[in-house]
Design a protein around this ligand. Sequence first.
Ligand SMILES: *[C@@H]1O[C@H](CO)[C@@H](O)[C@H](O)[C@H]1NC(C)=O
Ligand SMILES: *[C@@H]1O[C@H](CO)[C@@H](O)[C@H](O)[C@H]1NC(C)=O
Ligand SMILES: *[C@@H]1O[C@H](CO)[C@@H](O)[C@H](O)[C@H]1NC(C)=O
Length: 191
Amino acid sequence: MKLIKRVNFVSFCALILCMVTITFLRQHSAVSPPLPHQMLEKETVLHFFLHDTPGGNSPSAVRVVQTNRTVHDTSRTPFGTVWVVDDPLTEGPDPKSTVIGNSRGLYVSAGQKELMLVAYLDFGFTSGEFNGSSISVLSRNPVTDIEREFAVVGGRGKFRMARGFANLKCIFYNESNGDSIVEYTMVVRHY
Ligand SMILES: *[C@@H]1O[C@H](CO)[C@@H](O)[C@H](O)[C@H]1NC(C)=O
Ligand SMILES: *[C@@H]1O[C@H](CO)[C@@H](O)[C@H](O)[C@H]1NC(C)=O
Ligand SMILES: *[C@@H]1O[C@H](CO)[C@@H](O)[C@H](O)[C@H]1NC(C)=O
């Protein structure tokens, strides 16, 4: 008799645990994004300046891979070279203006016949409304053009499911050390 009661008590506890788990899972599933037709798409335009400084004592861009086929190539960007970057993003064109984020990732020199970098970058924001959110870019970067365009392929945080583009305009380039300042206008649609 006592054993049956204990078994009943155990099943009762199991039932409660099961209900608690279901409630938790229900609440938890509310955190995942709603289905596309339930969401309202927003458009955000971001304007900032990127500072790429491969020169100097603390470069923001470092060459990490180069094929031995181009060891004698003296150009700055031989085919088959990879750089890792952590470039600061600022509010204004002056490198000393307020930093609002960083652009981190890779540039790959991927043009056999002409100079063409391909960018694999995550633009993360560290202040304001988009602090903690980031935008993913995967795009060719025809660096010899003053004005260029990047494809925005995704995002995190407030930029979940982002898509869009960025217009780039090189406003400063130092030929002797490769340092540059690029003005960005990003247009992203996200939820
Ligand atoms: C590059 O490295 C490969 C593998 O070690 C070698 O076979 C080849 O001769 C090298 N090429 C040059 C141009 O040094
Ligand atoms: C951005 O978010 C981080 C992490 O939540 C926080 O530590 C930091 O103070 C925030 N920065 C600004 C400028 O709001
Ligand atoms: C360009 O780079 C060279 C070499 O590092 C440096 O001496 C010069 O001051 C730089 N020019 C500008 C305008 O920053």
